[in-house]
Design a binder for this molecule. Structure first.
Ligand code: ATP
Ligand code: MG
Length: 232
């Protein structure tokens, strides 16, 4: 098989995956000529609390959410990895698997990008891939780049491109702000609604909400049962 020209890598906790993630991914697929687009559920994150659902449950929910879309693929490498989840490690693996010529694009919401300088080896991200940022209600700062933390501004200054076609001009190092639909949906909000026994319908695919219901995820009962157990 010949190497793809442009590979999308959409990392996240996906606890659970929702229409905010999926709609953004769908719009990116039509804006950017990705030949492969992977959802990569994180293992144990370094910078946030442990997820509520297990690694396997989060990956299964992604699988259920993308099952009808042949353009979307699930990559389980991070949930299979021992220890904490580091995006840079994943990017290094992609680079060595795909070789030097393929353009890799890491997809991030603006809220995540604003904290990129807290990641391990974050400068290396721009030596491994492009970054595609999607705005998100509540984190629109990137419209005004001067509002970015100084450290990020310095590293990113010469990297911004305004056209997605530029991403094929080199394999890494550019930052593109995509104009995707703003959807004010978060997994935190969904978990809180489940715990409060409110409907989560139309915020995420039915297959995922059915899975949440069947496994009683995010309910007080479920969290209570887990006390004393290791979240895997
Ligand atoms: P949580 O509330 O648990 O943090 P989340 O909804 O932010 O969950 P994550 O799994 O943390 O979902 O997000 C994965 C990636 O998707 C991040 O880069 C995040 O910024 C982005 N993202 C999440 N929700 C949206 C949304 N509604 N619109 C655009 N990007 C989003
Ligand atoms: Mg988040």
């Amino acid at each position: 098989m010949t190497n793809p020209a442009l590979v999308g890598i959409y990392g996240g906790t996906f606890d659970p995956i929702h229409f905010g993630h999926l709609r953004v991914a769908e719009e990116l697929l039509s804006d950017i000529a990705f030949s492969r687009f992977f959802f990569v559920p994180a293992g144990a994150p370094r910078l946030r609390d442990l997820p509520f659902a297990s690694k396997t449950q989060r990956a299964t929910m992604v699988e259920l959410a993308i099952q009808d879309n042949p353009g979307f693929l699930l990559d389980t490498r991070e949930i299979k990895r021992e220890g904490v989840s580091r995006t840079v490690e994943t990017l290094r693996e992609y680079r060595s698997e795909y070789g030097g010529d393929v353009a890799l694009c890491l997809i991030m919401g603006a809220d995540a990008f604003l904290k990129i300088h807290q990641w391990c080896d974050w400068h290396e991200v721009f030596e491994l891939c492009h970054v595609v940022i999607v705005n998100r209600p509540g984190s629109m700062l990137i419209k005004h780049k001067q509002d970015l933390p100084e450290e990020i501004q310095q590293v990113c200054a010469a990297r911004w491109v305004t056209c997605s076609v530029s991403l094929t001009s080199q394999p890494y190092g550019l930052i593109y702000m995509a104009a995707t639909t703003l959807l004010d949906i978060s997994a935190t909000q969904i978990r809180a609604m489940v715990a409060a026994k409110k409907s989560i319908r139309y915020l995420l695919p039915d297959a995922v909400s059915d899975y949440i219901k069947t496994h009683q995820l995010y309910t007080e009962e479920y969290e209570f049962k887990k006390i004393g157990q290791h979240r895997g």
